[in-house]
Design a protein around this ligand. Structure first.
Ligand code: SF4
Length: 232
């Protein structure tokens, strides 16, 4: 296993993104919060997973809500991972745009951005900054080069992410995605531009971000390891 996603304890998200895939799991994200109720078990299991997987290169801190709502947990995950293997690259996935010292403790800060108007407004910080562009219709008719022009110079990586529907689990989310996903013409043009791009930025298109098999495993707040987001 090269990559592990470590999930902060679930709580109601401070944001309410209409395309939120976390609202589309049948299990409703109900896992025992052993980070809170049995910290030693949670911590020892995380250490064991890291020790058992000598090929682990990346830890991605994420959540079924905004992970910065559990800043203490984010900090603990960083300290535990660094304490076991300092060569592992640690990334935080966040929609929390306010500056915070914790961002400087991470290798990568990946800012999720779902509206073109936000590209210029965020003042990102961190060692390596990635913009994760959630492809809503606000990006319609923008070319890759027009988007790059709107991005601050300290951003080094861009990932374009397709909106993923819940396959009928959450009709409201699915309806939103149907009506607000980027249009096909813009998507095909972006794909083409990304393939031809030869500039300094690292740019990729992620069409299957929730597809774990062969890519990563998930360590939840109950201290257990999962193969995919639906597994109970
Ligand atoms: S910030 Fe993330 S978890 Fe929270 S509502 Fe938005 S997509 Fe969902």
């Amino acid at each position: 296993m090269k990559s592990l996603q470590v999930v902060t304890p679930h709580m109601e998200c401070i944001f309410n993104c209409p395309f939120c895939i976390a609202k589309g799991h049948k299990h409703n994200n109900v896992f025992v919060n052993n980070y809170l109720y049995n910290y030693d078990l949670w911590k020892n299991n995380l250490i064991k997973v890291i020790n058992d997987n000598k090929d682990l290169k990346y830890v991605v801190i994420t959540g079924t809500n905004e992970p910065m709502q559990s800043k203490e947990c984010v900090n603990d995950i960083i300290d535990i991972v660094r304490g076991v293997n300092k060569d592992i690259q640690i990334e935080l996935q966040t929609r929390y745009y306010k500056q915070d010292d914790i961002y400087n403790k991470l290798d990568v800060v990946a800012y999720s951005i779902a509206n073109i108007n936000l590209l210029k407004k965020i003042r990102p910080t961190g060692n390596i900054i990635r913009y994760v562009i959630i492809m809503t219709d606000t990006f319609n008719w923008y070319s890759l080069y027009e988007i790059i022009k709107l991005i601050p110079k300290n951003v080094k990586q861009i990932t374009f992410k397709r909106l993923i529907d819940t396959n009928g689990v959450n009709k409201k989310v699915d309806d939103y995605i149907l009506n607000h996903k980027i249009n096909d013409d813009t998507l095909y043009k972006l794909k083409d531009d990304i393939q031809k791009y030869s500039g300094e930025l690292s740019i990729r298109l992620d069409m299957e971000c929730m597809h774990c098999e062969g890519r990563y495993k998930i360590f939840r707040e109950n201290g257990k390891l999962y193969n995919n987001w639906e597994e109970l």
